[in-house]
Design a protein around this ligand. Structure first.
Ligand SMILES: Cc1ncc(COP(=O)(O)OP(=O)(O)O)c(N)n1
Ligand SMILES: Cc1nc(C(=O)O)sc1CCOP(=O)(O)O
Ligand SMILES: [Mg+2]
Length: 568
């Protein structure tokens, strides 16, 4: 017998599955488990078979959570499945799903398929001993929280897996009973059916058959209605799995995608609108691995199933018109990222310090004063020679700001000019802007980087050499330094003068753009301070608090070009 001891506070914050309040529910959901005793501060549990199971994981997490942050374990799904060369399904879908859901995924490959959007051209099973070796390598060292199975091509492989799970128990086993591919190709022969029914399903915490698989498991019954699905879920539950999800994606004459979830007591009819798309290859693998990922995070089974269904629906909707392959069934985009490079045919080029040369920063108040839209102002600045644009719309409504940003992006991209958003990382993300400019009190650079990704431009405002060093350490791309001169555009702004700018420029390993009170009359002095930095000037009122933005931008560009030629 194995016992663990945890404070109730730790239980409730870190281990919802073992919270005394929910223990009853978990004992039902994972029927190998029984609570022995539940007292004020202590919970003792044991596995009926005497095998260390859920407790092993929780115990491990307990020490990880209470020790220093660097020891924190991440949720981990091990997928035991076949490789799909087309990468829409199988191991490849599982890896992408777990990555998208923020869960680590290790892989044991049971078979290699030659497969594309037309069908399965070949299957090569991995030798059984080698499947066993992969299982042992991962489970003996890496402690998976949840195992998810896909293609299991032979009875022996099922037996090897079950043996390994006895030796290295995990929190949950998710079984996607892959028997026939969506293109109709058989991936697991009839001999394996008995082993599925008699040995694998009784060990499963959830099994996720589609209509065809449910029918095969039940000896060929016809499944054509939601009522049929309910009775199928019940009959499959009788084979031993703790939960059953019968997927009705192929249900004839249904506008919705209806799945039936049965936990042994209650039925849940889960509905989502059917996404009209050819790109459905791999939805089964994806749904099961997402369930596994959510379980690994500690969510209860029904929550995991609902999140997984929503995840698949969202990914399908995002991918509904992408075109990969010539066959009837295409893959979808698990990470919802592919289209950005297809739609606009725009791939962001690397940031270059030369981009800072004439840096136009918009101001909604000035645009209103002169009766201009943001887009008209940006168009004029770009035509006049601005080499980078920042939308600094301090009092715009978020929705208006986003719409304006999208329109300005089109203008800037048509001229190859990067467009940054001031302060609002959310708006930059939503419109896929080229980057952001932030100040000292905005989001930290490393957080912005993790949100925006490695290719985006991050500029940060700094006034001192020490701060300039920080910007470099934290991974910014450039520094905005000022106010060089007094300005009316930004309230209570401390000026650092040309000397202050020079000190920052000398200390900075990053390119610097000067800002604050700069215009036609003094841009030359800024560019000629006698150090390699600054790379340019950032201006607001000198361009936008003027009658003609185009003319003023052209004039400033000419001044800067002349200064640059002198510096050379
Ligand atoms: C190029 C450039 N440099 C500095 C600033 C100032 O940014 P911040 O300190 O965040 O102040 P606000 O612009 O938000 O008022 C800038 N916007 N651009
Ligand atoms: C937005 C901003 N940031 C500053 C800083 O010192 O960081 S000065 C400034 C305003 C710049 O406007 P103008 O070109 O009209 O002087
Ligand atoms: Mg700011």
């Amino acid at each position: 017998m194995v016992m663990i001891y945890c404070s109730s506070q730790l239980l409730s914050t870190s281990f919802p599955l073992l919270n005394p309040k929910t223990l009853k529910f978990d004992a039902k959901y994972s029927k190998n488990w029984l609570p022995l005793q539940s007292t004020e501060g202590l919970v003792k549990g044991f596995h009926q078979t005497g095998v260390l199971n859920l407790n092993a994981m929780q115990e491990d997490k307990a020490s990880a959570v209470t020790s220093d942050g660097s020891k924190l374990r991440v949720p981990h799904v091990l997928t035991v499945a076949g490789s799909d060369s087309g990468a829409g399904a199988g191991i490849q879908a599982d890896l992408k799903t777990c990555a998208a859901r923020g869960v680590y995924c290790s892989t044991v490959i049971t078979a290699v398929t030659a497969q594309n959007t037309i069908g399965v051209q070949g299957v090569e099973a991995v030798p059984e001993d080698f499947v066993a070796e992969q299982l042992k390598s991962v489970l003996s060292d890496m402690r998976a929280d949840v195992v998810k199975t896909g293609m299991l091509p032979s009875t022996s492989i099922v037996k090897i897996l079950l043996q390994c799970l006895k030796e290295f128990p995990v929190q949950a086993l998710v079984v996607d009973p892959v028997m026939v591919s969506t293109s109709g190709d058989v991936l697991a022969g009839p001999s394996i059916l008995a082993t599925f029914r008699e040995e694998l399903l009784p060990m499963a915490d959830i099994v996720t058959p589609n209509l065809r698989e449910a029918s095969v498991l039940l000896g060929g019954v016809q499944l054509e209605t939601v009522a049929n699905m309910r009775s199928a879920a019940k009959s499959i539950h009788d084979m031993g799995p703790r939960n059953v999800l019968v997927k009705g994606g192929d249900l004839p004459a249904s506008l919705d995608a209806i799945d039936i979830f049965f936990d042994g007591q209650d039925f849940y009819e889960l509905r989502s609108s059917r996404v009209k798309t050819r790109n459905t290859h791999g939805t089964g693998c994806t749904l099961a691995s997402c369930i596994a990922a959510e379980l690994a995070k500690g969510h209860p089974m029904l929550t995991a199933v609902k999140v997984a269904k929503r995840y698949v629906e969202t990914a399908l909707d995002y991918s509904k018109d992408i075109v990969i392959g010539t066959g009837l069934q295409g893959p979808f985009d698990h990470l919802s990222k592919l289209k950005r490079n297809v739609h606009n045919a725009y791939v962001q080029r690397a940031f270059d310090s030369g981009d800072l040369f004439l840096y136009a920063v918009t101001d909604s108040g000035m645009n209103k004063k002169w009766g201009r839209s943001i887009t008209d102002a940006v168009k004029a600045a770009v035509e006049g020679g601005a080499t980078i644009v920042q939308l600094r719309e301090k009092d715009a409504e978020t929705r208006d700001f986003l719409e304006a940003a999208k329109a300005c992006l089109e203008i800037c991209r048509s001229k190859g000019v990067p467009l940054l958003i001031n302060d609002r990382v959310d708006v930059a993300l939503a419109c896929d802007a080229d980057g952001v400019h932030v100040g000292q009190s905005d989001m930290p650079t490393n957080v912005i980087r993790s949100l925006l990704g490695p290719e985006k431009i991050i500029g940060v405002s700094y006034k001192t050499p020490q701060q300039a060093h920080q910007a470099w350490i934290h991974g910014a791309d450039y520094i905005g330094s000022g106010g060089v001169y007094p300005t009316n555009t930004k309230a209570n702004n401390r000026s650092i003068g040309l000397d202050g700018l020079k000190t920052v420029c000398l200390a900075s390993k990053l390119p610097v753009v000067a800002i604050g009170g700069i215009g036609l009359s003094n841009a030359r002095s800024v560019m000629e301070i006698g150090v390699p930095n600054p790379k340019g000037v950032a201006v607001v009122s000198a361009l936008f608090d003027r009658e003609c933005v185009l003319t003023e931008t052209k004039k400033l560009y000419a001044v800067l070009m002349e200064a640059a030629s002198r510096v050379k």
